[in-house]
Design a binder for this molecule. Structure first.
Ligand code: SAM
Length: 176
């Protein structure tokens, strides 16, 4: 598969702000209305292999001063590692998100968003690294309780997020 290089840094629309979340800790919020389809976040950083990612996460685990490793799977064996401490770090997961991928690196509004709403993404749409599992407390009617790197296998999600997966997961779906 042809790989597109990521931008070196993250970009966020001015309407994306950080605030206290009812899902977990801090989250991203809309400071103004956002229309369906508007691109509000562009992910950036560098692509690393699965082995490099494992090494980065292990090193961060050994260092109490290390930043959290923000990462999403873009291609098989090619994971985007975001620069430390960008605004994207505060994006929480929801099983009924109002953002989704519109290409490898861009996230757009999945529906009209009102000022004050928390901006969320379904981590299942860009998490493919072996063994990822997170207990979910998003509180949505669609909440599946856990988010895992195998969620791309779920037929209802394949339908709901048609064409809104990162290329690695879309390719897995297409081949399954
Ligand atoms: C990239 S951080 C998101 C920002 C985080 N809320 C904070 O304040 O730093 C990802 C972490 O947030 C938490 N999180 C995000 N979405 C969640 C959800 N739906 N349910 C439970 N925890 C969630 C998990 O601890 C996850 O490892």
């Amino acid at each position: 598969m042809q790989q597109n290089s990521p931008p070196t840094d993250v970009w966020a629309d001015d309407r994306v702000v950080v605030g206290r979340s009812t899902i977990e800790g801090r989250g991203l919020f809309a400071s103004d209305d956002i229309e369906k389809g508007a691109v509000v976040l562009r992910l950036g950083g560098r692509l690393v292999t699965s082995a490099e990612l494992d090494r980065l996460i292990a090193a961060a685990g050994r260092d109490p001063d290390a930043s959290y490793v923000d990462t999403v799977m873009i291609y098989e064996n090619a994971h985007l590692v975001l620069p430390p401490a960008t605004i994207v770090h505060f994006g929480n997961h929801s099983c009924d998100p109002n953002l989704w991928h519109v290409d490898s690196y861009e996230l757009a509004a999945r529906r009209d968003v009102r000022a004050g709403e928390e901006l969320t993404l379904d981590y299942g749409t860009n998490s493919g690294a072996d063994g990822f599992a997170m207990e979910c407390r998003c509180g949505s009617a669609h909440c599946r309780g856990w988010v895992t790197s195998d969620d791309w296998r779920r037929p209802e999600l394949q339908v709901r997020y048609k064409d809104h997966w990162t290329p690695a997961l879309q390719q897995r779906i297409d081949r399954s």
